[in-house]
Design a binder for this molecule. Structure first.
Ligand code: DX5
Ligand code: ZN
Length: 237
């Protein structure tokens, strides 16, 4: 179980209004965001295209918050230098499809950046076992990567718990982050399962009351969760 005051919010700009991106990120910073999550997609690793280093470079000028770059791309090593030069502070690279993950992680560290590894919903927590000691953070995907505004996959909850146990045992300083479908309903569940960093896109930038109100609501529900029974694990029948 994580201490709620340690829980960090990482708004994902994938759901932002790109015509007002700088303004929205500044608003998120003022509303208490801890870092900004930048989703990079190459149309190959995931079936969608998003943004490149130019966005990071522009954001670097408007916010002091750490810029976290989530690389959903087939060959992350190709892009590390460019994003680092643009102002990325940390990288999340995927376990899936990377035959040389340890090398990728070492390259990130050689650039002086924080390194994280992401695992997709169908990837077991044990995939992190041999790499976690080299990491600053692990990211449990709670949706399949590629799109914002998808439904939270509930079967990831016991996996978050397993990842929390693994991290506490092997690399207690490593942060456990979750990404996808995080809102006022799912945030308390993932925190209870052991997540300490919550990425949220549409529940922050897509909220009709605005970024500040949405951030405030999320913060309140994290800090004062309603006592609810743990949801039963879904059965296939
Ligand atoms: C999904 C991305 C997420 C996405 C989350 O591929 O990695 O960061 O922006 O969006 P929401 O919070 O809308 O599920
Ligand atoms: Zn992401």
């Amino acid at each position: 179980m994580s201490k709620v005051d340690d829980v960090k919010l990482a708004p994902s700009i994938l759901a932002a209004d790109f015509a007002r991106l700088g303004e929205q990120v500044v608003e998120a910073e003022k509303a208490g965001a801890d870092r900004i999550h930048v989703d990079v997609m190459d149309g190959g690793f995931v079936p969608n295209l998003s943004m490149g280093p130019a966005i990071v470079e522009s954001l670097r000028k408007v916010t002091r918050l750490p810029l976290e770059t989530h690389l959903m791309v087939s060959d992350p090593d190709r892009f590390l230098d460019e994003f680092a030069a643009a102002g990325s502070d940390s990288f999340l690279v995927h376990w899936e499809g990377n035959n040389n993950l340890h090398r990728t992680v070492q390259r990130i560290k050689a650039l002086g950046k924080r390194a994280g590894v992401a695992i997709n919903p169908a990837t077991p927590s044990a995939a992190l076992e041999e790499i976690v000691r080299d990491l600053d953070l692990v990211l449990v995907m709670t949706v399949n990567p590629g799109f914002g505004h998808q439904q939270f996959i509930r079967t990831t909850l016991p996996k978050i718990r397993r990842v929390r146990e693994l991290v506490d045992r092997l690399e207690p300083g490593c942060q456990v982050e979750v990404d996808g479908g995080i809102d006022a309903t799912t945030a308390p569940l993932v925190v209870r399962a052991g997540a300490t960093v919550l990425v949220a896109g549409s529940s922050i930038f897509g909220d009709r009351d605005g970024v500040t109100a949405a951030m405030g609501r999320l913060r309140t529900i994290i800090d004062h969760p309603k006592e609810e029974p743990e949801p039963a694990e879904q059965s296939a029948f």
